[in-house]
Design a protein around this ligand. Sequence first.
Ligand code: FPP
Ligand code: MG
Length: 320
Amino acid sequence: VPDDDRHTLDAIEERIRQVVKEAPSPVNDVAFHLVSAGGKRVRPRVVVHASRLGDNPARCVVEVAAAAELVHTASLLHDDVIDEAPLRRGQATARTVWGNAHSVLAGDHLMVCALELLEDCGVPRVLRTMLTTMRRLVHAEVVQLAHRGKLLPDMDRYYQVIRGKTAALFSWCADAGARAGGADEAVCHSLAQYGEELGVAFQLCDDLLDLAGTTEELGKSLFTDISQGVSTLPVILAAQREPELGSTIIEHAQNGGERDLEKLTDDVKRWVEETGAAAETRTLAGEHIANARAALEPLADRPERAQLEALADSMLRRRN
Ligand code: FPP
Ligand code: MG
């Protein structure tokens, strides 16, 4: 990490911690528990890289990047309640330590503070576009919840959900970062497309890691999607190729998960590999990274382009 990136990332971290401290006790401890457990801070990095495309990259980038990470953190505090998740970032989830109510309220605090940061920073349009982004996040979660435990969703629905729950915020980060730096509308538009594609690839990799990663690397329990009755792309593809897998999953869903979960996850993991569904998901993630890179073509030979391309490529290599 170059020195000026480190400096900016430290300032973002400091801003996030300030927001956490402002919360009334014990919600400050709840939020601190998740914020201090690490996390890749990939969204703030997207904001920082995108901001360099403007004439004044230092302008409000810390506030905009902090807002992105705060909204993401808030959505995780809420998501772990919805998913009844035991582990996040290698430690017990806030909901298991303080209970659901405190986890929700900690998320609410972070969300309100993120919106305040965006209002106060004075960068045109970023508050408005964040509101649209949050709407997309919430709607995607509603769709995912509505189809939980039901039959396998089709590819279109899968993409609809991941575009809303993940790509929307990545797209916002790239667009808002460019706006914070003072880039022109055309550049912001390219960056919004770049972020959307980056987010789709990020989620495809996430869904693969849920099946093929390790708890140590990911810091969260594996097979959460299957155990929650959420079908991800690797599973949808495997079921198309191996109808027996499809019926096994449907049977599991219809019996309210009575079938031995360990047996089911072993079967799914094996089928996803053997049918080539894992490899195809990885190929598709690569295609979305290629789309993200293509969205940067209007930037021609600007030096910042290489950084954004490298950030996109790193998505495919991630192990956590
Ligand atoms: C993680 O997905 C969850 C999200 C990316 C979004 C969750 C959004 C909400 C709960 C809506 C709340 C909205 C706002 C604006 C705060 P996952 O469960 O697939 O990933 P995981 O394995 O990391 O839990
Ligand atoms: Mg979850």
